[in-house]
Design a protein around this ligand. Sequence first.
Ligand code: CA
Length: 189
Amino acid sequence: MKGILKTTSAVLVAAAIVPAIWMLYVLSARALARPDILSFEYSWEKEIFFTDPIVEVEFMAKDQNWPKVNSTVVRIVANSTRYQAFVIEPFPDWSSFSALSFIAASSGANSVQATIRVHDADHNNRFDDRFNYGFDLSPTPRIFTIPMTEIASAPANRKMDLHNISRIIVFLSNTEGDEELWLDDFRLR
Ligand SMILES: [Ca+2]
């Protein structure tokens, strides 16, 4: 009995430590990957993004007709007309970079309207206190590049804190509910 208890508690301790070590590894890998934010090439990256449960997400290797050769990308399928979001928690210090870029395309036949937003740790959840950019996607992939000056000056009453960026969110709103899009290669330049 004593032996079983000992084993059980060792397992419990290990169960607590392993996720903590894994998250330390993720934070380290996220920092070392700079200026790459999210490439969909590494398993640790799954810890730095999440989606609304109503969004379907799948990974797929792109070998042609994509700006980046042999790249794994994520495909997002909307299944509701409600607000649907893909949320990234990037490394926070963007202060030494001049732009944010990413690759996107619609993965179905129809064009897709999406919005990307960026906010910092001080964000108050008001629309005019964050960076927002609406964009149209067609089946032809595009590299979007957003100057850091636009992100920095986006909040109405203050400067964005580029040392403490908190989240990038790509979202769909007022949709038909059947949108499909590809995302890839979020990075700073
Ligand atoms: Ca990729």
